[in-house]
Design a protein around this ligand. Structure first.
Ligand SMILES: NC(=O)c1ccc[n+]([C@@H]2O[C@H](COP(=O)([O-])OP(=O)(O)OC[C@H]3O[C@@H](n4cnc5c(N)ncnc54)[C@H](O)[C@@H]3O)[C@@H](O)[C@H]2O)c1
Length: 440
């Protein structure tokens, strides 16, 4: 295995490479090539699809006025590390491949920034944890949700003790028929790729709860089903139209669930024009065959702190957003957020999941309830993306009193709830998290 040579390092600028150049990579490339270009260098991008990398480079040059970035085929990842000598590898590939790049990057002497979910199952998670311990390298998991002002405010309130010790959490997350449906069009629809929405999506939510409570999951029980999407449900409820993929299909024309790609520049350039190379079809029929993930999930969790949670995730709701409530020994906190729905890579990456409206309320026992104000964040994921990028790439780090920066342990514990829930869906039994992973 080729090793990095320390000789090439420029001390003033941090060197980065990105592996996985789909929709999410825009945000990191934008930060490195534009916002933080004085202190960062994006040395190279790496993917198994050369056309997708070419699309990014065209955009960097034509729209961002940057020079093209070197490209490497995924088979040449190790050579890229040896040649480009990055300090940090950013992993934005399909979920089931994260562990491979995280572990190889650390073995080759790099730190890692990885997108969520850190990985998709307990064995891969254990391999990452072991490699991080063996190499002493840093793994940052980019939980942008922690950085949104409303969720940070909740952390602040809970930390202040205003509602005492939290005994239970009631958390409902709704994905709508635009954004929620999108997981059923792409690689996510195969549970082997994404771990299902319990891992791929709920890793965000379970991480928030771990962080909010300052605790970790202990016992998980869950029920899950595919109740709305998929061929059988489509036929049962009258939503099925006879087509495999939306672009170019007559039968998809009057289907409100269809997402075509030839009319959206990013989707066309990134996926439609690149699919001849790898067969990645991004616009499949959400009521087609072959879906192995759930769209209706309910989970109970017992935390190490003694708190309990009831959590629900629905992927076919008329509105997008969530409601979370904390019941404490001195009162209750409620946070409701209505979010703007989006399609990954379909719109500007910086507006993905913008907040539409928020209600944050504290209800102390025996006192008047009150609304809590905070500065509403601009940009993607409730303002979380912009704040997180500053934390990752700004030369001067702001203080982090809320502990928003997440490492491999947070990454591991955030997926354990979903991995345990998946096991519980299959067996009907409650799952002890300690039986899935060894962190010590
Ligand atoms: N934090 C967030 O809010 C957020 C939002 C969107 C996506 N994400 C995460 O970002 C990651 C990428 O998502 P996306 O929407 O960009 O998906 P995408 O399908 O648009 O892109 C995935 C890319 O990975 C590449 N890839 C697949 N297998 C590979 C391999 N073995 N080696 C190298 N490249 C490979 C594909 O060719 C593609 O370019 C996912 O892990 C996802 O969970 C996070």
């Amino acid at each position: 295995m080729p090793k990095k040579s320390p000789a090439k390092k420029t001390p003033s600028k941090k060197r980065y490479v990105i592996v996985g150049t789909g929709g999410r990579s825009f945000m990191y490339a934008d930060a490195l090539l534009r916002t933080y270009k004085r202190t960062s260098t994006l040395c190279a991008i790496c993917d198994l699809n050369a056309q997708r990398m070419a699309f990014h480079n065209k955009r960097y040059v034509e729209e961002w006025d940057c020079k093209p970035v070197k490209t490497y085929d995924s088979a040449d990842f190790d050579q890229m590390i040896a040649k480009e000598n990055p300090d940090i590898v950013i992993v934005t590939t399909m979920d089931r491949t994260h562990h491979d790049y995280i572990i190889r990057a650390m073995r080759l002497g790099c730190d890692v920034i990885t997108e969520k979910p850190m990985t998709t199952d307990a064995d891969k998670c254990q391999a990452i944890v072991d490699a991080a311990k063996r190499t002493g390298r840093k793994v940052r998991v980019t939980f942008n949700y922690r950085y949104s002002p409303s969720r940070s405010k909740v952390k602040e309130l809970l930390k202040s003790g205003v509602i005492g010790d939290v005994k239970s959490v009631h958390f409902e997350w709704l994905l709508d028929t635009r954004h929620g449906a999108d997981y059923f069009r792409r690689w996510h629809r195969d549970k082997r790729n994404s771990g299902g929405l319990m891992v791929h999506k709920a890793t965000h939510h379970f991480d928030l709860v771990n962080w909010w409570l300052g605790s970790e999951p202990k016992v998980v029980f869950g029920l899950g089903q595919l109740g709305f999407y998929g061929r059988a449900n489509g036929e049962k409820y009258g939503n099925y139209r006879p087509y495999y993929r939306a672009s170019g299909s007559e039968a998809a024309k009057d289907d409100p669930f269809a997402q075509t790609m030839d009319d959206v520049a990013n989707l066309k350039g990134l996926y439609l024009d690149a699919e001849h190379l790898d067969g990645y079809i991004r616009d499949q029929n959400v009521f087609g065959d072959g879906i192995s993930i759930e769209d209706t999930m309910n989970v109970n969790v017992l935390y190490q702190s003694g708190a309990q949670m009831s959590y629900s995730l629905t992927a076919y709701s008329p509105w997008e957003g969530y409601r979370v409530a904390f019941n404490g020994t001195k009162g209750r906190i409620e946070l409701d957020e209505l979010e703007n729905s989006y399609i990954s890579a379909g719109d500007s990456h910086i507006s993905d999941g913008c907040t539409h409206s928020t209600r944050l309320m504290v209800m102390p026992h025996w006192e008047k309830p009150y609304n809590v104000d905070f500065v509403v964040g601009e940009g993607g994921h409730g303002g979380g993306d912009v704040n997180m990028l500053a934390d990752l790439f700004a030369p001067k780090k702001a203080k982090d009193p809320l502990g928003r920066a997440a490492g491999f342990r947070d990454g591991a514990m955030s997926i354990m709830t979903g991995i345990a829930a998946n096991q519980s869906f299959a067996t009907g039994q409650a799952v002890q998290v300690k039986d899935l992973i060894q962190l010590h």
